[in-house]
Write a protein that binds this ligand. Structure first.
Ligand code: UDP
Length: 308
């Protein structure tokens, strides 16, 4: 199995998961936003290999490959705003290269897509047959459109070349191995709480998100991979809340009285987001199991250890 972006947050958990299920795993990552720290514990594993390479350039792999999971991409808003061209390239050229590899090797291909394909959605919650509401020229467009292009490319390879493809649309996921400084709301708030700082809520905090714990997301991705469904499948937790509510939940959970600062809302920040997971439930028998307070506890422990 090849996992591009395997040194990232979700990618490294996938490496663990598929090593544990007995596969050989080749992780390809250029370490632009991923980190070898996420792989230290498996670096010496005899079925694991790491290749430092940029999948937006030509990629080649020796021997047989059964599965390719394409997870390489900056994925947090501050990362893709800082790296707009790399984000577009890995979604477009990287996906093309990874699909080319799948075609050559006769491998099953899974694309990590995103809830961002729905943009600032006008339909709520978002089912897979919603086409989305994306601003192509806004700062977030680099990620949204790269992933939309990637989905189109995957379907073209499936229809034209018969590549055995899967598309998983991943909604907000959190857990250990997120970068504490990646700017996303979970690591940011947990870091602020651990340092005794004020919480920075963007806008008036009435925008909503739905947070899925990493082990649930990984299980969902594995089920999509082993299914026979070529259409996109949402994987996320339908429990939705406003960001201000989320700040309050965190304060309560960790007994903090941190004040809240309100900062400007990023451009095109989606107002609502909640996955409709009917398809995953009915076709894969999947739904999230980890309670928010349990997942947040585990994530907080991870960051607490990191901060020492
Ligand atoms: N957010 C916030 N404070 C922060 C970081 C993020 O209020 O310090 C908000 C952000 O504006 C968005 C939500 O939290 O509405 C989730 O942001 P995140 O970057 O985690 O991911 P997104 O879902 O926007 O990709």
């Amino acid at each position: 199995m090849v996992i591009t972006g395997g040194a990232g947050f979700i990618g490294s958990h996938l490496c663990d998961r598929f090593l544990a299920s007995g596969m050989n795993v080749l992780c390809i990552d250029n370490l632009l936003t991923g980190s070898l720290d996420n792989l230290t514990h498996i670096m010496e594993h005899d079925r694991f290999q790491f290749l430092e390479a940029d999948v937006s350039k030509f990629i080649t792999v020796d021997g047989e490959v059964d599965f390719i999971l394409h997870f390489a991409s900056p994925a947090s808003p501050i990362d893709y705003l800082k790296l707009p061209i790399q984000t577009l390239k890995v979604g477009a050229l990287g996906t093309h290269n990874a699909l080319g590899l799948a075609k050559t090797k006769g491998a099953r291909f899974l694309l990590a897509s995103t809830s961002e394909v729905y943009g600032d959605p006008l339909i709520h919650p978002q089912p897979e047959d919603y086409w989305g509401n994306v601003n192509p020229i806004g700062p977030r467009g680099v990620y949204d459109e790269a992933k939309r292009f990637a989905e189109a490319m995957v379907m073209a390879y499936h229809r034209t070349h018969g590549v055995d493809t899967r598309i998983v649309r991943i909604f907000n996921t959190y857990g250990p191995r997120m970068r504490i400084d990646d700017g996303r709301v979970v690591p940011t708030f947990l870091g602020q709480l651990l340092r005794g700082e004020r919480l920075t809520v963007f806008g008036d905090g009435s925008q909503t998100r739905s947070f899925c714990y990493i082990t649930d997301t990984i299980e969902g991705i594995a089920r999509v991979l082993h299914s026979d469904i070529h259409d996109p499948i949402n994987i996320g937790n339908p429990r939705e809340m406003t960001i201000v509510e989320f700040a309050r939940v965190l304060r309560e959970l960790f007994g903090s009285s941190a004040e809240i600062d309100f900062a400007p809302l990023p451009v095109d920040d989606p107002v609502t987001r909640q996955p409709d997971i009917t398809r995953a439930r009915e076709l894969l028998g999947w739904e999230p199991e980890v309670k928010l307070k349990d997942g947040l506890g585990l994530t907080r422990d991870y960051f607490a250890e990191l901060l020492g």
